[in-house]
Structures are given as C-alpha cells and as structure tokens.
Write a protein that binds this ligand. Sequence first.
Ligand SMILES: [Fe+2]
Length: 140
Amino acid sequence: MAQPFSLSPLPWDDNALEPFVSARTISFHYYKHHKAYVNTLNSLVEGTPYAAMKLEEIVHKTASDAAAKKIFNNAGQVWNHDFYWRSLSPKAAAPQRDLANAIERDFSSLAKLIEALAEAGKTQFGSAGPGWSRPAASSR
Ligand SMILES: [Fe+2]
C-alpha cells in the first residue's frame, strides 16, 4: 500500500537562507527530523483509519487521545516542519498590514523588533549566544 504521507519538497535550495540559517542546519532538520517524522507517521498509521485522513485531521483527532500520543507527536512534527519551511524565504520582504501595525505598536519599528529578537535569542539555550552578531545586510 502506498504511504499516505510524503516528505514535502523544500521551497528553496538548502543553502538559500545562508548566512542566517546554514545548509547544514536545514539538511539536519529536513533530511533527518522531518523525514523521520514522515516515515514514522506512515508506519504508525498503516492499516488504521488515520491512513486515509489529512495531516491536520490526524492532529485534531489525536490531540487529546493518550493512546494515540505517538501518532499525534509525529503528525504534529510533520505539520510543524512543513509550516516552518513555508514560513521562511530567502527573499527579504517588509511586514505588511496587520503584522506591520503590530510591530509598530509593540516595538515602534522593525529595527527595534530585530534588536529585541536578537537580545532575547542570546538567552535561549541552543542559540548562538552572546558572541553572535547579525550578518551584514550586504551578504543577504
Ligand atoms: Fe527539526
């Protein structure tokens, strides 16, 4: 029987987000994490009614079902990775409409938001840490 879920292609080359996100990081999350979640989900749903459902339907139906926790975790991670890839772009674009208004309201400018994000990232476990600096705009 055909596998119901497949690894969606990346919307850009794996080095397209450098220098902000390395090809190594993309490869790790795409070819290891994402692929493993897809393969595990396919094996977990084989022969079950979940095999005929859309990914979002599986996430909704298993979210509060302790017996389906493995299916929920893997379906959720497939969805998360798909969403993450589609949320990133190698082409810089200014925030529009509601997002632009919210940034202006809460941070006063996009530059201030970027500063706040960089500062917050320095204290997150697994971040590049205090030695990190934003790559020059000309290298984008
Ligand atoms: Fe990942």
